[in-house]
Design a protein around this ligand. Structure first.
Ligand SMILES: [Zn+2]
Length: 445
């Protein structure tokens, strides 16, 4: 039988986080068509391309559930700065981006994500998202992209603020141009930047339009105390209650951060099937510990996000480690619970949790026959990983983005032996340096 790609003689991470050895995996078109023992698969298939899997672990690609590709060229700027980083750096930076800046920024983001094992992401949106979509299509990645929408807030937001009608019509234009493009890899979503900068009218219209187009909504929620305080002062409701009363809580809503959730908020999000994303480094550095064990216990699907490269990088291996040790120190140690957040739970967040968040839990996040071939290979034949008595634990505690050798997305090889085949790495880095300088001079900081 013909098949497009055969990954030969690898170990495979199963959906239940056990590992099968001596396997081969056949991919045809965009789909995983067979998984079995090496000999059995070899006898059945005549592949067009073979990827050597010896000494490697095949895993589902990581899915970054909350990022901002437009902030990539702000890298290094916002760390160790005094408040308000949002008004001093983020707003002047984002409002001075032109379409080509957004394009290069997204290219550099995709390059970094592919090289760190991420195969899909949700971009909560900046400006010029049509150029972000172009970059994602070229990169071979999968993404749910939104255009940042704000119609309230201080005058500092400037050009980023629009009327509710403008904000909606710009997303509709993006949807009509890009939904399903890149062989179905691009989804266009609506966005609620956060409750402090979106009016009731805007939120209600976003909810209606997302329903009409049968697509998702990406929001920042309960990121910090100021947001909760704003909502209580203005609406006498907490942010989750406020969004619920406007009809926004539902299975198509992805909320990023979720740090300052009350018990009632957790029950609301759980009942409504909202998909939660934590951004551990951003959260722990700025706003505190999310109640991750409690949120998981409520049955909510939890994923992970890097929240853009401005303060760190786009590497979900790092996010898993930070959340693991932070949660153990804060929630586990205090009550002597050594299994408060296990390695397999963290891997589930980075794969299945992300897949659920981008509304593709049915086709992504697991290595199974019939699922989309969005896969990564990790070189485990290295002294920091092999030998291991429980490989899943070692992958979370010791492996890193640099250990990812190959990446396949939608059945196409996008990275082979750490060379990204879809993007010109040298050119993108050179152009990024030039663009960064120009943006800084325009933004004037
Ligand atoms: Zn964010």
């Amino acid at each position: 039988m013909k098949c497009d790609i055969l990954i030969k003689n690898c170990q495979v991470l199963n959906p239940d986080f056990t590992i099968s050895t001596d396997c081969s995996v056949a991919i045809n078109d965009t789909i995983i068509v067979d998984i079995g023992k090496i000999k059995e698969i070899e006898q059945k298939y005549e592949p067009i391309e073979i990827i050597a899997g010896k000494g490697k672990l095949l895993m589902p690609g990581f899915i970054d559930g909350h990022t901002h590709t437009c902030q990539q060229l702000l890298r290094g700027r916002v760390s160790d700065e005094y408040p308000m980083v949002w008004t001093r750096y983020l707003v002047p930076f984002e409002s001075n981006l032109n379409p080509e800046d957004s394009y290069i920024s997204a290219q550099l983001s995709c390059l970094e994500m592919i090289k760190s094992g991420t195969t899909a992401f949700a971009d909560s949106g900046g400006v010029h998202m049509h150029r972000v979509a172009d970059a994602v299509i070229e990169s071979g990645m999968r993404a749910a992209i939104a255009k940042s929408t704000m119609d309230m807030g201080s005058s500092i937001i400037g050009t980023m603020k629009e009327t509710a009608n403008e904000a909606i019509s710009h997303t509709e234009e993006l949807y009509k141009s890009y939904q399903g493009s890149g062989d179905g890899r691009i989804d266009v979503w609506f966005a609620i930047r956060q409750v402090m900068t979106c009016s009731e009218k805007l939120i209600r219209t976003v909810v209606e339009k997302a329903k009409e187009y049968n697509t998702g909504i990406h929001a920042h929620l309960c990121e910090h105390k100021d947001e909760v305080s704003f909502c209580l002062q203005n609406y006498k409701k907490r942010p989750a209650e406020f969004l619920n009363d406007l009809g926004a809580l539902g299975p198509n809503l992805l909320t990023a951060h979720n740090v300052v959730l009350s018990e009632h908020d957790i029950t609301l999000l759980s009942t409504k099937g909202v998909k939660v994303i934590h951004c551990p480094r951003a959260n722990l550095a700025n706003h505190g510990f999310p109640k991750t064990p409690r949120i998981l216990e409520s049955g909510i699907s939890v994923g992970l996000g890097c929240d853009g490269a401005a303060p760190s990088n786009l590497n979900l291996f790092d996010e898993m480690k930070v959340l693991r040790y932070g949660t153990m120190a804060y929630w586990g140690l205090t009550v002597f619970d050594p299994v408060v957040l296990t390695c397999s739970t963290l891997l589930k967040m980075a794969t299945q949790g992300g897949a659920n968040a981008i509304q593709h839990g049915d086709i992504l996040g697991k290595i199974e026959v019939g699922k989309k071939a969005d896969l990564i290979l990790i070189n485990i034949d290295q002294p920091h990983i092999t030998p291991s008595q429980v490989l899943v634990n070692t992958i979370v505690e010791a492996a890193d983005g640099h250990d990812v050798t190959d990446s396949i997305i939608n059945g196409k090889i996008v990275m082979k032996n750490r060379e990204v085949l879809t993007l010109d790495e040298e050119k993108i880095i050179a152009e990024s340096k030039i663009k960064m300088k120009k943006i800084i001079s325009r933004a004037g900081y």
